[in-house]
Each structure stands twice: as C-alpha cells, then as structure tokens.
Design a protein around this ligand. Structure first.
Ligand code: PEP
Length: 249
C-alpha cells in the first residue's frame, strides 16, 4: 500500500508572515492523517515554518537544493543545510528550474542522490513539453528523465523517492491532463521502474500527477490505480484550497 502524498509547491510566493498565517489556517482545518501533506516553501520561510510545524503531521519541503555540502556556489542552498534545519522533502527538477535555470538531468541526479544521503525525501519532477507530446515522444522523454534522475541510486534507497509526472503544458495553464491520460503515462513510468529496478521497488515508489490540479478535479486522479497523489502549484497557494485538496485525496 502506497500512502497518498499531496505536496503544495508555493514557488516564489509568500513572505514569512504570509507563510505563518497560511500554516495557522491549515492547522485549524483538521487534515486527515492517512494522507501525507507537504508544504514546499521558499528557503527564507523554512526556518520559521519548521518551528511552526514542530510536532505536526504536515511535512515541510524546499523547492531546490545543491548537491555539494558547502562551497563557492553563490546563491545556492545545500541539501546539508536543509537537513540541519530538519526539512523533510525537496522538489527537484521542476520544469521551471529545467526551463529557466537550465537544470540538467545530470544535476537532478546529483541532487536526488544528495537528498537521499541526507535523509530528505526527493520529489523528482519529470514531464514532456507540448511539442514533445504532439510529436508522440511523451513516453520516451519521460522514461529517459526518470532513468537519468535515478541512475546509481542504491536499491534500498529507491523506494523513498517520490516521482511527480508534470506535463509542462499543464503546469499553471489551467489545462490539466485528463486523469486517463495522466494514468497512462504514470503506468508507463511504473513499467519503466519495473524493468530498471524490479517489481518490488516499482510497486513502492509513489508517483504524483501535477499540472492544474484543483480541489474540484483531484478525486479523478486519485481514483486511478497508479496515481499516488498530486504536486500542486496555484491551487496550493490558498490554505483552504490546500486543505480541500488533502481532504479530497
Ligand atoms: C507545479 O508548480 O508543480 C504545478 C503543478 O503548478 P500548477 O498546479 O499551478 O499547475
């Protein structure tokens, strides 16, 4: 049995005060305990949120991290620093980072390995562009991203990884993939995991769908056998909406 996981990606939104108000609202909303709820917040808010969430079942995540422990990497934050703060999750390889910051599959792989070594759960994003989909390359692109991201990871660590299938054309556009189409790609990802790492590991790895998920459509994704949760941007910015997503999952 895979525990469903709903992660909110705040992207570059919310000051510390706004973040605190948000957490107070979701804490007053009695979220179900059988769904893993995670807030992935900007670096500057993490210290305060870590205090605020102490003893809570809501997980805290970052949206990126550098694989080196420390060094001359101006502007970067290391996995080690997140570990020191007690951050439990980190989004890696989000399409916005791949597109705007030229993040490569090789870097995503180094970050994923570093996160696992630090005991942080990586939420690794993969997904095709609209051009790739329209030229019939979705399966090829997505399975290649998965294989590259997970290269060299010890088999006893792989089950901790969370994958997020996020078609680039569905992110922040209001044009969500249908649940059927998302299931088809996610089932293919699981098949890829089976042939690369064996059935036992493939059955354990959780795979989320992401791309214009809202409280109104999340149940359609959760009803699919291979979809284990959602990575949500826009609809996770409002605490009532995030609570609704977790309750509907
Ligand atoms: C995301 O940021 O990962 C995302 C899926 O955004 P949205 O839910 O706004 O499409």
């Amino acid at each position: 049995m895979r525990t469903p996981i709903i992660a909110g990606n705040w992207k570059m939104h919310k000051t510390v005060n706004e973040a605190v108000q948000y957490i107070e609202t979701i804490q007053s909303n009695q979220l179900p305990q059988d769904v893993e709820a995670v807030i992935c917040a900007p670096f500057l808010t993490l210290h305060t949120l870590q205090d605020k969430l102490a003893g809570s079942s809501i997980g805290l995540g970052a949206q990126n991290a550098h694989w080196e422990k420390e060094g001359a990497y101006t502007g970067e934050v290391s996995v080690h620093m997140l570990q020191d703060l007690g951050v439990g999750y980190v989004i890696l390889g989000h399409s916005e980072r791949r597109t705007y910051f030229a993040e490569t599959c090789e870097q995503v792989n180094k970050k994923t390995i570093a996160a696992l070594n630090a005991g942080i759960i990586p939420i690794v994003c993969v997904g095709e562009t609209i051009q790739e989909r329209e030229s019939g390359r979705t399966f090829e692109v997505v399975s290649s991203q998965v294989k590259k991201a997970l290269k060299g990871i010890a088999s006893n660590e792989l089950h901790k990884v969370v994958l997020a299938y996020e078609p680039v054309w569905a992110i922040g556009t209001g044009r969500a993939s249908s649940a059927n189409d998302a299931e088809e790609v996610i089932a293919y990802i699981r098949k890829t995991l089976m042939s690369e790492f064996g059935t036992a590991v493939a059955e354990q790895i959780r795979i989320q769908y992401g791309g214009s998920v809202k409280p109104e459509n999340i149940a359609t994704y959760m009803a699919e056998p291979n979809i284990d949760g959602a990575l949500v941007g826009g609809a996770a910015l409002d605490p009532e909406s995030f609570s609704g997503l977790v309750k509907a999952a």
